[in-house]
Design a protein around this ligand. Sequence first.
Ligand SMILES: [Zn+2]
Length: 391
Amino acid sequence: MEGKTWLALLLITFLLLITLDFSSRKLENQVGAGVFHSRHFTITYENASRLAVRHLAEGLEEAYQRLVVQHGFRDGQHTWNWKESDPPPETSQIYCYRSIAAHEYFHTIQLLGYSLKLADRFLSEGTAMWAMREVFPRHVECYGRLLLPWLIGGTDVSTLKLLYPGHQAGLFWNFISDHYGGAQLIRSLFEHPDIRLGVGWPKALEQLTGKSFLDLWAEFVVALAARQVPDAKWLYHGPEQRIPYVPVPIFVGEWTGQALTIEHGNWENPYPKICTDEIYGGACLSPSNTKLSYLMVRHPYGIHFLRIIPKSAVPLTLQFAGDPETDFRVFVVAQTPSGAYESFPLARGCFILDPLAYMLFQVVVTRGEKGSGNYQLVLQELQTDEHPPCR
Ligand SMILES: [Zn+2]
């Protein structure tokens, strides 16, 4: 054949391929009903696009492979009904269907594999969020927003106990999984006889890690202040575009060398103004008005962040005085000019010789089950050797 004929043939083939690709994509996006079979799953769908169903199936297969085959979790459900709400979602949202499928599949593992009651949302939703990240660790934009309320909304809300809300608990389980044995820890927890009925998981966690739940919680709380929770880079960046301080503090002040007694919150939580924004997953809580109220960690495991910026070189003593019935855990999380974080436990008091060696102190306060949670914090010039250095 002549060169021109070859060229014409090539061009026709090329156009044909483009048309085929275009029409198959159109077909993929067309909404309809049917049955989709993947290797281990059957999805009956309605009002859904082929693309959405294919992503769901991929998510279920990947979750089955990672969680059941690789990590040894008991099996979940293999037949699924999927009905899309109107109107069908954008293609960008469909991208997240794989990690959503991993989340939902994990709920069926909880129910069918372990007979866990779903009433304990901290455990059921929190570990389903963990499963999303475990199966699709790079899809942080698909699950990250549901983890944000504690960072942007505060944690000690007036009406809800901290260990009640659901999805944001994923942040805790991601942290615990990263530090205490990964998927095998979560699986051991599910297999622990004490949580068979959805009760007593903090006790089971204590047995598995060898630490009290309050101590584990305190480690998590320090990691929140020091930006050492999993996916921190992504999680803190978005909210910081909208609110001045993340995590949201209850008090903001300076060390000027003058004595300062902190008894009230002075920072109004901006969360009510922004929490309706759907980018935060609509996970709104109703925060207490912390401004000018006495310092009190209302609920067990509530967390307060107090931000103090050093402006004076005068050596500083930090003193904490709390209700003696309350089992507080208090830490100073200090940030150096290089951006690194150091953390020190603060029992009754400690001193810092060179406050200007730091850019910021966050005093982080949490507590266990007992007591009222009332406390105050005093900053003053170092005068006696009553307290040890902060370290
Ligand atoms: Zn869920």
